[in-house]
Unconditional design. Structure first.
Length: 46
């Protein structure tokens, strides 16, 4: 993906990658769903 080089380096114990979070935001925006309705591939919504 073209955005990955611009993401900050992740530090510490990270549960979800920055790229996964951005993809989840795009998914919610494109599909109009709520965070709770995200597919499992994006991790837990909390």
């Amino acid at each position: 993906m073209l955005i990955q080089p611009y993401l900050p380096v992740q530090r510490g114990d990270v549960r979800v990658s920055n790229l996964t979070v951005i993809n989840a935001i795009l998914f919610v925006t494109e599909n109009g769903c709520k965070w709770r309705a995200l597919p499992p591939r994006f991790g837990k919504w909390r």
